[in-house]
Ligand binder design. Structure first.
Ligand code: ZN
Length: 252
């Protein structure tokens, strides 16, 4: 048995028994960790504040490293991202980011770059960066950190460098018109250049970045195809994001 302290973000929670809840954490030191919070469903629980969805907290965990569940014994809330929670579109993007990290990272493998990326992206949403832009930036960086960076330079099948390319997730990059099988996401040379730039774009300059809507929608479609391919299913949070987009459409 061992005890350790770590910084962690709550990706997801689910009820375990009448009083207990399982907390899926993404931690700085150990990557994705599943912990059980005893008594957290009771109103007087001191742990509850640090273990709500999207809470970033300093935590103490106890248990056997080989066991599926660690016991969460202490928690100190650092940031609950209250600003982004007042904006439904930002909230939808945050839900999408958490679902992607939960779905595509292995348990108990330290991934500090992805931890930093996720925190930085949530901070962008918190400070009012356009949610779709923060989402695109996160997804590009996330694919890159997972080792699935799309190869955008040349056709993956014949190595030509044609202008008209489409992204084909199965090949890990773009294919030319001659090689292109059915499907694929068309991507213009401008969108390819922009995506390459976005893969290296620093978080602290995001406030000043504006993407051309057409190029951004091409990039969004490419990232979505790449992430769905890796995940093997549609994202549950997309249903929420689509409902919010419809609602915003009605308002505008
Ligand atoms: Zn080709």
């Amino acid at each position: 048995m061992s005890t350790y302290r770590t910084s962690g973000l709550v990706l997801r929670t689910y009820d375990f028994s009448e009083a207990d809840r399982v907390i899926v954490l993404f931690t700085r030191e150990r990557g994705k960790v599943r912990g059980i919070a005893k008594g957290v469903r009771r109103s007087r629980s001191r742990l509850a504040a640090s273990l709500g969805w999207l809470s970033f907290s300093e935590l103490q965990l106890y248990g056997r490293e080989t066991r599926e569940l660690m016991l969460i014994t202490q928690g100190q809330l650092e940031n609950a991202f209250p600003g982004l929670k007042t904006d439904l579109t930002a909230l939808g993007q945050a839900a999408r980011m958490c679902e992607l990290v939960d779905g595509l990272t292995p348990e108990r493998q330290p991934l500090p770059e992805i931890f930093n990326l996720l925190l930085a992206a949530l901070q962008l949403l918190e400070t009012g960066v356009q949610p779709s832009l923060a989402g695109t930036w996160f997804e590009a960086g996330f694919l890159n950190q997972l080792g699935y960076r799309p190869d955008l330079q040349a056709c993956q099948l014949c190595q030509c460098e044609s202008e008209a390319m489409a992204y084909q997730a199965e090949t890990g990059g773009v294919v030319c018109r001659a090689c292109r099988p059915s499907g694929g996401v068309s991507i213009s040379p401008g969108a390819r250049r922009l995506l390459e730039r976005l893969l290296r774009f620093p978080a602290d300059k995001m406030q000043r970045l504006h993407l051309h809507p057409k190029l951004q929608s091409e990039i969004t479609a490419l990232l979505e195809a790449a992430l769905h391919y890796q995940l093997g299913r549609k994202l549950k949070s997309d249903i929420f994001c689509q409902a919010v987009a419809k609602l915003e459409g009605v308002k505008n």
